[in-house]
Every structure is written in C-alpha cells, then in structure tokens.
Design a protein around this ligand. Structure first.
Ligand code: NAD
Length: 484
C-alpha cells in the first residue's frame, strides 16, 4: 500500500490523519493519504515565503530555464513511476497516460524554459513637452507565494501547466492536488528534489476542499495569488475567499462544449474527431464535447457512424493494450453521471447507444464504470444540454442553417471550447471566430500549441494561461520611469 505524505520545505511530512485513495477500476484502496491540517498548510506557506524571499527569488532567468529543462529530463527518466501513480489514481489506460499526461508534463517544463528565456522587457521612450525624454521599462518580479489547486482528471498535466511557468518566474508554490489523485504530485516532489529545486519552492499539501487543506490554503493571509483548475462552483467559492485580500486569481473552470458538423465536412475525419472529443478520458476533460450540432441532411448518417464508433470503444483494465476507455473517477461521480442519464430519459431523450452501467467482470466489477452514451431527441432547453456532465456522454441535435448552428452553440453560460467540422474554408474561419469561447478548433480537437492562449469566457474561467499569458499571471511588474 502506498503512503502519500505532504511535502513541505524539502521534506515529507505526515499529517495528523490519513484518508484512503481508491483505484477507480476496482474500487479498492491503493494508498493512504496524509491530510494536512491548518497548521501544516501554514508551515507550507511559510516555507514558500522564506524560499521566495531567499536566494531562489533572486535567481537569474537563465539559471531557472536550465533547472526547468533538468526537471523535464528527470520526468522522462522517472516516467514509469509517474505513470504508475497516475494510473493507480485515475484508472486511465496506461498507453494514454504515457503519451498524454506524462509526456505533456515534460513538455510543459521545456516550453516554459523556452518562453521565459525568450521574454524581453517592455519599454517605452516617452517624449516630454519640454523636449526632453523619459525612459519607461517594466521590471517583471515573481508574484510570490502561489497556491495551485488542481483537479483529478489530468492531475499531472494540469499541475505542471501551472508549476512550470510559476517556477520559471521565480515563485514558490504550494500545491493542493485533488483528494482523488494525490500520487503524481507526490512523486513530482522527489523529482524536483533530485534536480536541486531548493526547499520551500515546491510544497504539496494533501486533503479536501471545504474545511480541509484546500480551504486552509486559499484563505491563508500570506498567499499572493491562486491558480485554480476545477469546477465553476468551487471557483466561485475561492473567488469569495480571496476577495477581502484582493489577490489575483487564474481560473480554468468547467465547460459545456459544442461541436458543429456541417454537411460539407469530411465525415471520416469528423467521426474520428468526435469520438475523441466526446469520449477521451471517459469524457472527463474540460474540453470534451457534450453538445454535437449536426446539419440535418447528414444527421442520421453522423448519428449512425458515431454510434458504431462509440460501441467499438473498449472499457477495461489500464494495463490491457486493447483498452481505450477507463472508468470514471469515483462512485460519487458515477452516481452524478447516472442522475444525468435519468434526467435525459425523463426529458424524452433516446439513448442511441449506452445510457447505463456496463457489466464488468473479475476485479473490474467493483469499479466505477459508465457506458459511452449518445442521445438524440434533446434540445437546448433540457438540463442535460445545459449543465456540465463531465462524463462519456453527448447530445446530438440537428440544425438547418449556419446562423442557427452558431446561435445554438453560443446558447450556454460556459465558454471554454468549440470544434467546427467543415471543408469550406470561408465558413471555417467565419464560424470558428464567432464562437464565444477561449479555444475554437477547426477540423481537430485538443490540438495545443503551448505558447498560445488557453482559457475560457463566462462560467469557464478568468484569465488565459499559455506562453507569455502565463508569465503575466505569475509575475508582478514595476514600471520604472527615468527622465533622461
Ligand atoms: P472540484 O472543483 O471539485 O475540485 C478541484 C480542486 O479544488 C480539488 O483539489 C478540490 O479538493 C479543491 N477544492 C474543492 N473545494 C475547495 C474549496 N472550498 N477551497 C479550496 N479548494 C477546494 O473539481 P473536480 O471535480 O476535481 O474537477 C472537475 C472539474 O474541473 C470540471 O468542472 C472540469 O470542467 C474542470 N476542469 C477544467 C479545466 C480547464 O482547463 N478549464 C481542466 C480540467 C478540469
């Protein structure tokens, strides 16, 4: 049985109590996790403060870029350990975790090593009324002690997406991983220690949200900023918690993402793309498609082909090379998804595939499985089409005109991502640009250039991460104005 302790000031620290970490493929406990109480969270924040005010806060950009590349190399070297921790916690297929989660973790550090090393200083030469000049230049300084709160769906990928730019900018970080997925953040502590990241620069506190490590961290008076990825409801609470201290927040929240399929789309590519965008990570990616709007003339064909594709998915053990799809994260999440399945049925939807719990055998019988599910017969008025399910399910809805498709896609309080499937170049640009979202894909999904802006509008978040957008969040600037 694994034992995940907190990591504070360069050392592993037991908590006063421990809770169980469960493998979602079997429902069996795989680890004990040491919950950090308020005193341990305070120790972590103090350690981070000492680090940021010590030599670490004055390191050169060049030396931090070198360190980030060393971390990436060590992630590659320890890939099997990270993989094992991630798979035990999430139940996702090992092949997916290796190619996506672990590979992206290393890529995140390499990307921000490059970005920070290439970043210049903004400067303006100002003409004065008396004929003189003033030179303005903006100094970037670390934001300070950063609290990073991350969810369970892509634990390592999302943690390193925050940690890499935060360290690149010279901050110290206190991470609160999800209570469902404490493993990879803990292994990462060993990796950072091995390459010489100083004590206090990276700290991990384990626990839950309200009344536990999460709340203790975001309400701590000495935290300089909070970067959060998770649900909109939790984000709202965190915003209130930091409001009295007017601290900056960066929020990557939920989504209710649309795909728009036009009659001129390349259907082979579209069906393959939709299969990924609806069912990747068992639908547990904030960017997953849950609303598929299809031009009426090809609606039946798309429904039929996507159904066949969904039925070809193989639910199974992470180590089985044939497995495409894992379980959902927990019993509670499975029950939540099944409540949406019941709501869809009540609203008169037809489940053209799935709609329930599959029969699994052997060890997998105790896991949290959900059938890949597609519905027809729903409209934008139905709750299932308005609220984020965060599971392997989508509604297929027909449209007649481009204008109607755009209106239906934008008829949501979320605004994270959209995918447009068409071979008409002018329509592609026109429709993609009219999506009220942070990321608008054309004929692809989940393609990410890590220097490009990433984030959401509406209930999907505040701010953008990626490339220099991340540097903006993780730094404070002081503009120096000198008369010449
Ligand atoms: P969640 O909001 O329940 O939990 C996220 C994290 O917040 C966990 O670590 C949790 O312990 C912590 N937390 C909960 N309550 C807290 C509180 N009061 N104070 C401080 N911390 C608290 O989200 P989840 O269920 O882990 O993740 C799924 C959600 O994340 C979905 O809504 C999904 O769309 C979203 N998500 C968004 C993105 C994005 O980039 N936009 C990426 C992945 C996931």
């Amino acid at each position: 049985m694994r034992d995940y302790q907190n990591y504070i000031d360069g050392a592993f620290v037991a908590g006063p109590e421990a809770f169980a970490d469960v493998d979602p493929t079997t429902g069996r406990q795989v680890a004990w996790v040491h919950e950090a109480d308020a005193a341990l969270v305070d120790r972590a924040v103090r350690a981070a403060r000492r680090a940021v005010e010590g030599p670490w806060g004055r390191t050169s950009v060049a030396s931090r870029a070198v360190l980030l590349r060393r971390i990436a190399d060590e992630i590659d070297r320890r890939a099997d350990d990270l993989l094992a921790a991630e798979v035990a916690d999430t139940g996702k297929p090992a092949s997916v975790a290796r190619a996506l989660d672990v590979a992206r973790a290393a890529a995140n550090f390499r990307c921000f090593a490059d970005v920070v090393a290439a970043e210049g200083t903004e400067s303006f030469l100002q003409e004065l009324p008396d004929g003189g000049q003033a030179l303005n230049y903006a100094l970037r300084k670390p934001l300070g002690v950063v609290a990073a709160i991350v969810p369970w769906n892509l634990p390592l990928l999302l943690l390193t997406w925050k940690l890499a730019p935060a360290l690149a900018c010279g901050n110290a970080v206190v991470v609160k991983p999800s209570e469902e997925t404490p493993g990879s953040a803990t292994v990462l502590a060993e990796i950072l220690d091995a390459v010489g990241v100083p004590p206090g620069v990276y700290n991990v506190v384990h626990g839950f949200g309200s009344g536990s490590a999460g709340e203790h961290l975001v309400t701590h008076p000495d935290v300089d900023g909070v970067t959060f990825t998770g649900s909109t409801a939790t984000g709202t609470g965190i915003m209130k918690a930091v409001a009295p201290r007017v601290r900056p927040v960066s929020f990557e929240l939920g989504g209710k993402n649309a795909a728009l399929v036009f009659a001129d789309a390349d259907l082979d590519a579209t069906v393959a793309g939709l299969t990924r965008s609806v069912f990747a990570n068992t639908g547990q990616v904030c960017l997953c498609t849950e609303r598929v709007y299809v031009e009426r003339s090809i609606f039946d064909e798309v429904a039929e082909r996507l159904t066949a594709s969904a039925r070809a998915l193989r639910l199974g053990a992470p180590s089985d090379a044939a497995t495409t799809t894992g379980p959902v994260i927990s019993r509670a999440h499975q029950e939540k998804i099944l409540r949406y399945f019941a709501a869809a049925e009540q609203a008169g939807a037809k489940a053209i595939t799935g709609g329930g719990v599959p029969t699994m055998t052997g060890d997998l019988a105790g896991g949290f499985w959900v059938e890949p599910t597609l519905w027809t017969g729903l409209t934008n008025e139905d709750r299932v089409v308005r609220e984020e399910i965060f599971g392997p399910a989508a509604a297929l809805i027909p449209f007649d005109t481009e204008q109607e498709a755009v209106a239906l896609a934008n008829d949501t309080s979320y605004g994270l991502a959209a995918a447009v499937w068409t071979t008409d170049l002018r329509r592609a640009h026109r429709v993609a640009g009219r999506m009220d979202v942070g990321i608008s894909w054309v004929n692809n999904w989940f393609l990410r250039e890590l220097r490009s802006p990433f984030g959401g509008t509406g209930l999907s978040g505040i701010g953008r991460e990626g490339g220099r957008h991340s540097l903006d969040f993780y730094t404070e600037t002081t503009n120096v104005c000198v008369t010449l």
